[in-house]
Write a protein that binds this ligand. Structure first.
Ligand SMILES: Nc1nc2c(ncn2[C@@H]2O[C@H](COP(=O)(O)OP(=O)(O)OP(=O)(O)O)[C@@H](O)[C@H]2O)c(=O)[nH]1
Length: 231
């Protein structure tokens, strides 16, 4: 599938990388940005990056937030009790697309993503926005420690109507790049659907305005040949 570039400028895509602590969000992001794997990253806050990359032959400007899970206070009323809030509502509202990451070696990180997806949905409800995404099973080189099967990953992706990818950022570059290309395509597809439904609504309202006008407007009587017998 080809992504068309707007004639007026470059395609811009804002992506939030979401997942529990230690699943490999930074490793995945840095692999995409620099092609390098550093191993240990020390960041306590969200990190933001801007990066240009080719997707299907077009240059795309990615803005990426590598998110940082926060502990929810037990009194927060959000089912907190020390649970992680994986995505702030600001980030959820800001992003065009989401990369949801768990580690295949950590079942809890997989379960937490359901909560994260829900948090994102709630934060975007006001704007009635869809949340295009991809689901990523990270650390796929650690097969002998696997706690989440490929089937479970694929099953969740089917529920979310998105693609599922397993990635070993520690081992190679290509699959990390493929994740960001995939989320870009999801965002582009959502934008096309949004545009189409806006056009459909505009046509529908123009059509109903026209038929209302033809029902209520003044009527003109044109006297025809067959009327010649009338006085
Ligand atoms: N074996 C293996 N280890 C990885 C992989 N990706 C990340 N790691 C390791 O997992 C640990 C956590 O990686 P990070 O990228 O910092 O994880 P994170 O999700 O950004 O963590 P937080 O910043 O705490 O939210 C580090 O020791 C990484 O070296 C991978 O693909 N394979």
């Amino acid at each position: 599938m080809n992504i068309r570039r707007k004639k007026s400028g470059l395609t811009e895509v804002k992506v939030a990388v979401i997942g529990a602590s230690g699943v490999g969000k930074t490793a995945l992001t840095v692999r995409f940005l620099t092609k390098r794997y550093i191993g240990e990253y020390d960041h306590q806050n969200e990190a933001r990056y801007k990066h240009e990359a080719l997707v299907d032959g077009d240059t795309v400007v990615f803005e990426i937030v590598d998110s940082c899970p926060a502990r929810m206070a037990a009194s927060s009323g959000g089912g907190g009790g020390g649970q992680q809030q994986l995505c702030s509502s600001e980030t959820a509202a800001w992003a065009d697309g989401f990369v949801f990451v768990f580690s295949i070696t950590d079942k809890l990180s997989f379960e937490l993503l359901r909560l994260a997806k829900q948090q994102v949905k709630e934060a975007r409800r006001g704007a009635n926005c869809p949340a295009p995404c991809v689901l990523v099973g990270g650390k796929s080189d650690l097969l002998h420690f696997r706690q989440v099967s490929m089937d479970e990953g694929e099953q969740l992706a089917r529920e979310w109507e998105c693609s599922y990818m397993e990635v070993a950022a520690a081992e190679e570059v290509q699959s990390s790049t493929a994740v960001f290309q995939a989320v870009c395509r999801e965002v582009q597809a959502a934008r096309r659907r949004g545009k189409q439904s806006l056009l459909d609504r505009m046509f529908a309202s123009a059509k109903s305005a026209k038929s209302a006008a033809s029902n209520n407007g003044p009527r003109f009587y044109a006297r025809g040949k067959s009327d010649s017998a009338l006085p």
